[in-house]
Design a protein around this ligand. Structure first.
Ligand code: GCW
Length: 680
């Protein structure tokens, strides 16, 4: 159980004897000057980590007196660090750190320095990561600072502890025992896990919000959690319901331009700050999937967001206002967020951040990027990603999301010519934003290993690392994660790397290849239901997305269709206008094509589709073989768990393939290519 619980913060003794000797020599003393809670956490983590990794206790000392001292602090807390006059520090901001091999008092030492205590804590985790991945630390000169200001995890946790799209048990927040039992070790470990990545905010409740979160009953409990998270550098945020004044205080309206409504929010916000003086702000889902919002009162998103922003402004809080909006009466769901938000660009206050999902629809296995990126130029933005596997087989399928996150961050918007990637936009290199963010919907719950599937941990890890530095590649991150979470043994790394690098594409292939999307059964979003169901909301049926008819398949988003491609900058609009220049993995997002359309492979579209579905199944089988080959290098518990889950994944992949192919075949009447596997 321990193996999964510790996530990537495993500090078992280093197996490589050369490295072990090096590390032992380097850490004979720990010098942490200053007495803040945050520095104490850094000291505790280093003590625990070094003792575990080297198998030797490390003594705390007031001053470096021996060779091999580890000195941690800021120029303000440590005179030793101040005396080193590390000029690099000035460029590292409030959260950056540097780790440097120096001579102190004539003896070799390692220094972790930062401008703030939380920077030092991040440095401590960074040094431990070096050891966990068996890096050579004899001549360290590392420095790092985050490229994005807000690095936030979002929980879709309801107040009754059910987690929307969570799949890993009940909510971590045990409301019944809060605030009395706030030092539940699980809360501390949760905060350590996030702090180890540099995550600095958590929204603890579901965006489908319960108004009661703003009552004394819950604020008192939330404040207890905020107390736990504070020393880890993590701010607490709340999701709020837009019509709270109506639900909580009998108001007849929640019109954002109504002075009484504004006053209500100002007073309620002040109350929140009375409980939580460093409260981060609100996250809002408004006029989306039945949630109330300013449009219910004839106002727009900017008017709604700005009202909340004004209430938060005196205290330094922000509003994350989500751009995830769509309505059944509109023609193309793809277009909607852009069509609603673009006319408002420039109207949002400086402490509003519009939070945009990576794709225009909804966390699908593959989407083109949301055209709001690169288009909202005068509005602060945040990228929203999903770690929890709502559309990736819940906690049953293995699907490392690093490649998807990297694909989003590396997507070129061409907003200011070639190279205007979403990563650079978020880093503030393209437009002049006041502040930007990256958020991810994570799923930790009461499951002993936090995330259900052990590999969902890897996506949480990847999110955090990319939020800190969007340029870190998904493979590099997978490598770190594997070494920290499993082992540094090449015999384990090689097959597990391969599993991780194919897992996302496998999920695309057996569900919705070539730019198909959202073929899920309605509601649970687990299994396939591509068939043409004419009852209910049209944009909640698969037919809406695939448009398969006897003549062809795909959603026409060119000029002859919804023309959503006009929302992109050139040369993308032109590129997507023509099927021959549209990347094949996005093809059916933009075009309705004949089943006989010829693909790059020379196959017809129909045969290529069948081929992709088969490939997806084969990739899952390949993952099974690779996993089996790692048996001797993984603890029995995790080995057996993942093995069993891969069996489920194989069953489901076959089901997806067979359901989709048979359905499409029933529509097009074409035969299967020769040699196709028979449906199971
Ligand atoms: O992906 C969809 C989910 C909903 C979710 C919504 C959203 C929280 O199916 O469960 O609601 O997105 O992001 O608001």
């Amino acid at each position: 159980a321990e193996d999964g619980y510790r996530m990537w913060l495993r500090y078992d003794q280093v197996a490589d004897s050369e490295r072990l000797a090096q590390y032992r020599k380097h850490f004979t003393q720990l010098v942490v000057a200053g007495d803040s809670a945050t520095l104490e956490l850094a000291a505790a983590e280093l003590t625990r980590g070094i003792e575990g990794l080297t198998g030797r206790p490390v003594a705390r000392a007031d001053k470096a007196s021996r060779a091999g001292a580890l000195i941690v602090g800021t120029p303000n807390t440590s005179s030793t660090i101040a005396a080193l006059k590390m000029s690099k520090l000035t460029s590292l901001g409030q959260e950056g750190y540097l780790i440097s091999s120096r001579r102190v008092n004539g003896k070799p030492a390692t220094v972790i320095a930062a401008n703030t205590e939380v920077g030092a804590l991040y440095g401590a985790f960074a040094l431990l990561r070096q050891l966990q991945t068996h890096a050579d630390i004899s001549n360290l000169e590392l420095h790092s600072a985050p490229s994005v200001k807000h690095r936030v995890v979002n929980h879709w946790d309801n107040l009754n502890r059910l987690v929307e799209r969570g799949y890993a048990g009940l909510s971590l927040w045990d409301w019944g025992t809060l605030p009395a039992y706030k030092d539940n070790p699980r809360y501390h470990d949760y905060a350590r896990i996030n702090a180890s990545l540099g995550i600095n905010g958590t929204v603890i409740n579901n965006v489908n919000a319960d108004a009661r979160i703003l009552t004394d009953q819950f604020l008192e409990k939330a404040a207890a959690l905020a107390d736990v998270f504070r020393p880890y550098g993590i701010k607490l945020y709340l999701s709020v319901k837009f019509n709270s004044p109506m639900l909580l205080d009998g108001f007849e309206t929640a019109d954002p331009l109504d002075p009484d409504v504004q006053k209500w929010w100002q007073e309620r916000t002040k109350k929140v700050y009375d409980y939580i003086p460093d409260f981060g702000g609100f996250l809002v889902k408004a006029n989306s999937e039945g949630q109330p919002g300013p449009q219910d009162f004839g106002r727009n998103h900017a008017e709604g967001a700005n009202m909340l922003a004004e209430a938060l402004e005196p205290f330094g809080g922000v509003v994350f206002w989500r751009a995830f909006v769509y309505a059944p009466e509109q023609g193309d769901r793809f277009r909607e967020a852009y069509d609603e938000f673009m006319p408002l660009d420039g109207q949002f206050k400086d402490n509003v951040i519009v939070q945009i999902k990576n794709g225009p629809i909804d966390f699908q296995p593959r989407e083109p990027f949301s055209p709001l990126f690169g288009s909202l130029k005068k509005t602060n933005i945040a990228l929203e990603l999903q770690v929890t596997q709502e559309y990736f087989g819940f906690s049953y399928h293995l699907a490392y999301q690093g490649p998807l996150f990297a694909e989003a961050l590396n997507a070129d918007t061409y907003a200011k010519g070639e190279g205007s990637t979403i990563g650079k936009i978020l880093a503030g290199d393209i437009f002049e934003y006041q502040q930007t963010g990256m958020a991810a919907v994570i799923n930790p719950g009461t499951d002993r290993n936090w995330t259900g599937h052990p590999f969902v941990q890897s996506s949480w890890y990847a999110f955090g690392r990319m939020a800190w530095d969007y340029r870190l590649g998904s493979e590099t991150i997978a490598d770190e994660w594997l070494r920290m979470t499993f082992s540094n043994d090449p015999a384990l790394l090689q097959p597990l790397h391969e599993i991780m690098s194919i897992s996302r594409e496998a999920g695309v292939n057996y569900r919705s290849p070539l730019g198909l999307t959202h073929l899920y059964a309605q509601g649970h979003h687990y299994g396939p239901a591509p068939w043409h169901d004419k009852s209910g909301r049209p944009d909640w049926t698969a037919y809406y997305y695939h448009q398969a008819t006897k003549d062809g398949i795909g959603f026409d988003r060119t000029q002859s269709g919804s023309n959503a491609i006009e929302q992109y900058h050139e040369p993308l609009t032109q590129r997507f206008a023509n099927p021959d220049t549209t990347p094949e993995d996005l093809l059916l997002w933009f075009h309705h094509l004949s089943w006989r359309y010829e693909m790059d492979s020379g196959r017809s579209l129909w045969h290529e589709l069948v081929h992709k579905y088969d490939t997806g199944v084969a990739q899952v089988q390949q993952m099974q073989n690779l996993w089996d080959s790692a048996k001797d290098y993984v603890d029995t518990e995790r080995f057996e768990h993942v093995k069993a889950l891969l069996k489920i994944q194989e069953r489901d992949a076959i089901h997806w393939r067979d359901a989709c192919i048979s359905y499409f075949q029933s529509v097009n009447g074409l035969s299967l290519p020769k040699g196709s596997p028979k449906p199971a």
